[in-house]
Design a binder for this molecule. Structure first.
Ligand SMILES: NC(=O)c1ccc[n+]([C@@H]2O[C@H](COP(=O)([O-])OP(=O)(O)OC[C@H]3O[C@@H](n4cnc5c(N)ncnc54)[C@H](OP(=O)(O)O)[C@@H]3O)[C@@H](O)[C@H]2O)c1
Length: 277
């Protein structure tokens, strides 16, 4: 599989999305986020994943403006928080995020969590935001199969993307959702691809990393890319930002992809949407 730092995939609405993106969850507003985005752009990342609730949209925007890159060179995702669900609130929330980011248009706007009761109205707003050109693409996050099936019953436009927690430590757990997305041509984005750091020193993963002469973080990112996911590692450490983008000079064998899949332990590092109504 020939992958490069410039590799992208095409969403079902026709726009392209870079496969590697910088996550900025827990990066504080101000210098920490601005520096991380600057370092990532310098290292070749062309995709940033933020959210209103991360509180750092303004810093992401400032870093984008400070770079010499044209707007269209960087793919920007943000997310609608739970308290902004419902048609009118969602419409306003998008405007607030655009204002915070200092952008006229998002590349991708996601419903952050499947909040019971307001999902349909919120999706109607997402479709309206797409039609109004406030965002180039719309999608969801933390949607499991039951939420996706419900959405399909009323959506005029299906999500282009579903962003869920994914690493070898939980892929088999999430496989039904991943397969459902594949059946509808919905791109799957892997969040917490580094298990929030929890498994980076795990013995079996260290063994595979040693065999390739790579770090465990690089193995996890490469696994996600070879699985066909958009992968969103977070770091605010310059060396790690560069390391996490240096995953292209090698390829995991089919046998090692299978070894990695065996690491599954249904790991969930954040809130678990599995049985969310
Ligand atoms: N949609 C959602 O509900 C949702 C939920 C969670 C995350 N996300 C998205 O996914 C992104 C990534 O997930 P995440 O932030 O939960 O966790 P993650 O990317 O799995 O792990 C981040 C942690 O790993 C450390 N790290 C990064 N690179 C490393 C390396 N090469 N070697 C050793 N440690 C390394 C980071 O430390 P330093 O920063 O100190 O380097 C940080 O502590 C988020 O930032 C966000 O954009 C979305």
């Amino acid at each position: 599989m020939h992958l490069t730092l410039e590799s992208s995939t095409t969403l079902h609405t026709g726009i392209t999305i870079p496969l590697l993106g910088l996550g900025v969850f827990k990066a504080s507003d101000g210098a920490e986020t601005e520096d991380a985005v600057r370092d990532a752009l310098a290292a070749g990342y062309r995709h940033v994943d933020t959210a209103m609730i991360y509180g750092n949209e303004a810093s992401v925007g400032a870093a984008l403006r400070a770079s010499a890159l044209p707007r269209e060179a960087v793919f920007v995702t943000t997310k609608l928080w739970n308290t902004d669900q419902g048609y009118e609130r969602a419409m306003r929330a998008c405007d607030k995020s655009l204002e915070a980011l200092g952008l006229d248009q998002l590349d991708l706007y996601l419903i952050h969590w499947p909040v019971e009761g307001s999902r349909q109205e919120t999706w109607r707003a997402m479709e309206a935001l797409l039609a109004a050109g406030k965002t180039r693409a719309i999608g969801v996050s933390n949607y499991m199969q039951q939420h996706l099936e419900e959405l399909e019953s009323y959506a005029s436009v299906l999500p282009t993307v579903n962003q869920i927690e994914l690493s070898p430590y939980n892929y088999l757990f999430r496989k039904p959702t991943v397969d459902w997305c594949a059946s509808r041509n919905i791109v799957v984005e892997a969040y917490s691809p580094l298990t929030k750091g929890m498994k980076l020193r795990e013995k079996r993963l260290l063994e595979i990393a040693a065999e390739y002469g790579k770090s465990t973080a690089q193995i996890l990112i490469r696994w996600g890319l070879q699985m066909g996911f958009v992968v969103l590692p977070k770091s605010t450490t310059p060396e790690r930002i560069a390391e996490n983008a240096d995953v292209y000079g090698f390829e995991l064998s089919d046998a090692d992809m299978a070894r990695l899949e065996k690491l599954n332990e249904n790991l969930v590092t954040g809130w678990d949407p599995t049985d969310a109504p």
